[in-house]
Design a protein around this ligand. Structure first.
Ligand SMILES: Cc1ncc(COP(=O)(O)O)c(C=O)c1O
Length: 394
């Protein structure tokens, strides 16, 4: 028998196990809801990005079923050949009107939207100036573009300015930040960065994956929250988190969108969404427009849970959103905390290096609009009990 050429992967996995960082996938055996069943255990679920509870909203469910009955289960092709259906175009029109931009292109995921767009708009002669905590899909897009990558410390507008000041005026520059940072829950330095983009003639891009449906009027995102309409050239949103379905999109000028229709590789070379996905996303935009009280409930729950964790004495970092990290330091301790919480009926995922810095491992919590106060209070009580048992709390 020939030696296994992939045997080195086993040693990598063994090393993760030794460090206590090996992760088994938790299996969801019910719907994605605030209390649900993972791995045969009923738990309060603080690990989904289902901010508004739309994964199970009756209007989205009905829209998906109706589209499946009328249009089938698949689109059968990439968008540029035979896979652009009426319903894809309708979703793009609805999102453009919602985001107050000329046009929108929908991608198969937020990851594809970020990576495909950055790689399409930049060349090896250009520079990208990027916040150090930007999402992996932005980092991959930057690498694929072969542009020079300059990273500035998290939200540090002064250092970003120094970087820009040191670059030739004639060089094309993309300044890029997350709207909400996915592991810390803090909000990007949009006002300062937009001013820099204007001063230095940069393309300004914001990834609003975790802000879509959460920040701004009816969930229009951080650009709306900061009143920066017209000052961000490329806005990315996701349809996979608060919108409750799947996908990502880019909102911007008609020219940008036409360009991406021709040059963004995930758009050109990967099959478009099934009709059910597009229909459910359209229904989600209806919900955002017609039921904004869901977003108010999300923020009421967020305030309640955050203040509860802080009162217990946990380090919750600098979060300004429904993403609240409970930072414990060592990766192995974060995994232990997550496991013990789970045994007690609370699911909050442990996150360690390389997703976050080695000494900033955490469990990450996200409340949703559909959690009840009883569920959140139960979770706080469990956090208190387990935090004391593990010596994280006094
Ligand atoms: C900041 C950020 N951008 C983009 C994405 C990718 O979105 P999607 O899950 O739709 O691919 C994520 C999801 O993990 C994210 O956290």
């Amino acid at each position: 028998m020939r030696p296994d050429p992939l045997s080195y992967l086993t040693s990598d996995l063994d090393s993760l196990k030794q460090q206590g960082l090996y992760r088994r996938l938790r299996i969801l055996e019910d719907e994605q809801k605030p209390t649900t069943r993972f791995d045969r255990r009923q738990v309060v679920n603080l690990s989904s990005n289902n901010y508004l509870g739309l994964t199970t909203h009756p209007k989205l469910r009905e829209a998906a079923l109706d589209a499946t009955r009328r249009l089938g289960v698949g689109s059968g092709s990439v968008r540029t050949i035979a896979g652009t259906m009426d319903i894809h175009m309708e979703l793009e029109r609805r999102l453009a009107a919602f985001k107050n931009t000329e046009a929108v292109v929908v991608f198969q995921s937020g990851f594809a939207a970020n990576a495909g767009t950055v790689a399409a708009v930049l060349t090896k002669d250009d520079v990208v100036v990027s916040d150090e905590l930007n999402h992996a899909s932005i980092i991959d897009g930057c690498r694929l573009s072969r542009a020079t990558i300059k990273v500035f410390p998290h939200k540090n507008v002064d250092v970003a300015r120094q970087v820009l000041a040191g670059l030739p005026a004639s060089q094309r520059k993309l300044l890029i930040t997350d709207g909400v940072f996915s592991m810390d829950g803090d909000v990007g330095a949009l006002p300062g960065l937009c001013a820099l983009a204007e001063e230095f003639g940069c393309i300004m891009m914001v990834d609003d994956a975790h802000a879509s449906g959460v920040f701004g009027k009816n969930g229009r995102g951080t650009i709306d929250h900061f009143g920066m309409h017209g000052r961000v050239d490329i806005q990315v949103g996701t349809l996979s988190k608060a919108i409750g379905v799947l996908g990502g999109y880019v909102a911007g000028s008609r020219t940008l969108i036409e360009f991406l229709y021709h040059r963004a590789r995930p758009f050109l070379f990967s099959t478009s969404h099934p009709p059910a996905v597009a229909a459910a996303c359209i229904a989600a935009v209806d919900v955002l427009e017609q039921e904004p009280q869901i977003i108010d409930r999300l923020w009421e729950n967020t305030r309640f849970f955050k203040s509860g964790l802080a009162a217990l004495g946990f380090d919750t970092g600098l979060s300004q959103s429904p993403i609240t990290p409970v930072i414990v330091g060592e990766g192995a301790l974060a995994m232990k905390l997550s496991d013990r919480l789970f045994e007690e009926g609370v699911f909050a995922q442990g996150i360690a290096f390389p997703t976050v810095a080695r000494d900033k491992a955490r469990v990450r919590t996200i409340v949703t609009a559909t959690h009840t106060r009883d569920e959140l209070q139960f979770a706080l009580d469990v956090f208190g009990k387990v935090g004391r048992q593990l010596g994280i709390l006094q």
